[in-house]
Design a protein around this ligand. Structure first.
Ligand SMILES: Nc1ncnc2c1ncn2[C@@H]1O[C@H](COP(=O)(O)OP(=O)(O)OP(=O)(O)O)[C@@H](O)[C@H]1O
Ligand SMILES: [Mg+2]
Length: 252
């Protein structure tokens, strides 16, 4: 990425578009306004298979994305607590740091915004909820994680009326707007059951990744949940939390 301001002419328009979510300090360096409160498994683990599993997942997602021009990918699960946030964060980190992709993570699980509460030091920065309500500008709510090409649009706070916020022109315009500026947009999403949120969101993104907690969620429940989504483009299933021998990822 380039730290100098864009030159004039047509190049300027292109550079401006690419840099729409960058801000510079007085020395011309990027302003990184986010830090992580806790390290991710992919940064910590001495087991090379941890990163390898995410590498395989990304490679498959990229094949499908290139083929179908997908850019916005929702990470969801049948019910809560199956590992959506962990998968979204580790995958996005790998995409940015190892594959050099410019990645935006949108925290769209508005009832349980654990990225805002548990993973990011975001201070007083605005979030998705403020943008949807028209109280903050999209550019100010998207911030870069220090020293990476990984960006976040955190929810900032939880919202009880999550389905109203998701099913809004504000949310649609966020998704439309960010597509031009990032290689990938990973949407940490609500569970499919028992809310309507994912029903709405599944129609707004290009594809879905389904996280299934190994040995926990009944197969029939997973099938029923996925079957209930309109217009779904299931790109992959991640079996999360299985031990090393039984850990599998399988794809459509
Ligand atoms: N593979 C894993 N190994 C160990 N712990 C895990 C793994 N995946 C998830 N966890 C832990 O399980 C809990 C739930 O994971 P996570 O928050 O990612 O799920 P979620 O689907 O986003 O949940 P929610 O629906 O509540 O948002 C967290 O405490 C997380 O650290
Ligand atoms: Mg979560």
């Amino acid at each position: 990425m380039v730290a100098s301001p864009p030159p004039g002419g047509r190049g300027a328009a292109i550079a401006e578009e690419k840099d729409a979510f960058e801000e510079y300090n007085e020395t011309g360096m990027f302003m990184d306004r986010l830090g992580l409160k806790q390290r991710l498994a992919i940064m910590e683990s001495s087991d090379p298979m941890v990163a390898e599993r995410y590498r395989i997942l990304f490679t498959r997602l990229e094949q499908l994305s290139l083929k179908h021009s997908y850019k916005t990918i929702a990470v969801t699960s049948a019910i809560k607590g199956e590992g959506k946030t962990v998968t979204s964060l580790n995958l996005s980190w790998l995409m940015a740091t190892e594959f050099g992709k410019k990645v935006l993570v949108i925290e769209n699980d508005l009832r349980n915004p654990s990225i805002s509460s548990s993973y990011l030091n975001m201070g007083r920065l605005s979030g998705l909820i403020d943008v949807i309500k028209g109280d903050a500008d999209l550019r100010s709510a998207i911030n870069r994680l220090e020293d990476t090409s990984l960006y976040f649009l955190p929810a900032r706070a939880s919202a009880r009326n999550s389905s109203v916020l998701i099913d809004s022109q504000g949310m649609r315009s966020v998704l439309d707007n960010v597509k031009a500026h990032f290689d990938y947009v990973i949407v940490d999403s609500p569970p499919i059951l028992p809310l309507v949120d994912m029903n709405i969101l599944s129609r707004m993104v290009d594809g879905l990744v389904l996280v299934v907690k190994a040995g926990s969620t009944p197969k029939d429940m997973v099938k029923k949940a996925v079957g209930s989504l309109p217009g779904k483009n299931l790109m992959g299933v991640v079996l999360n939390g299985a031990d090393e021998i039984h850990m599998k990822k399988y794809y459509y």
